[in-house]
Structure formats: C-alpha cells, structure tokens
Design a protein around this ligand. Sequence first.
Ligand SMILES: [Zn+2]
Length: 145
Amino acid sequence: MKEKLMPVILVIIILAALGFIVKQAIPKKPVYETILVDVKAKKMFKQELPAQGEITYPIKSPYSGEKTAYPVYKCTKCGEIFAYVPYIPKSPEDEAAINPDLVIPKCPKCGSIEITIPEIPEGKKEIDVNQSEIPIVDMNKQVSK
Ligand SMILES: [Zn+2]
C-alpha cells in the first residue's frame, strides 16, 4: 500500500517545487517605500509607489480619499512639516530642471534649506501632524522669476 502511494507523493512534491520556482521567477513590480503627507487629514504615512513612471502629485490619500497626498519634508531648523511638489521638466532639455532653486525646496516658514524627510517610527504606518496647516511648496510655481 505504501509503495503505491510513493509515486503520487513524489508527483505532488515535484509540482509544488515547480510552482515555487515559477512564483520566484515572476518579477515583482518594482516598488519603493516613501513617506507622504495628507495635507487634509494631517497625517504622514508610509506608501509604496511604483519605481517606474512619472508620478503626478498630489495622489489619492487613503485617509481623506481625495488627492491630497504629497511627498513630505521637515525643516530641521524650525520643525515645520510641509508638502512638496517636485518640479516637472517641461522638456528633456528643460534647463530649469537642474536649477538648484527648483530642485532644493526651502522651508516655507523660515526659508532654511536644512530640510530632511521626516521619519515614521518602525512598526508604525502613520503619524499625525500637529500643525494647524500644512503648507504646500510647489516647485512648478516658482519658475516665473
Ligand atoms: Zn523652517
């Protein structure tokens, strides 16, 4: 009886192994984890985004259900948390794209360029932002100078 079952068990093992190999071979969509801020719900949260392709901010926030999620920065001088819209080059030769004034955001409160990406503690997915308002620094609106 046992001898008759062996081939069946072997086939199952082989199939399971094949399934595992195929699963490993399928490339996962490349994603990266970033920190966004919902300026309406006043929450910073971890979000996985596709590594490829242009993302136009704001994107839909899981908290407000609206397009109110932006990349977030924190001023290391005054502690201000602010949303940031990266500059989108108008063409591949757009010289503004390498203009440091358009690449490096300034703190909207104190003007400092000493900014950092705030951290969300390990094990947490979101934290509240205790600010009456979260300013939005849109680099695309700083072009006309
Ligand atoms: Zn500041």
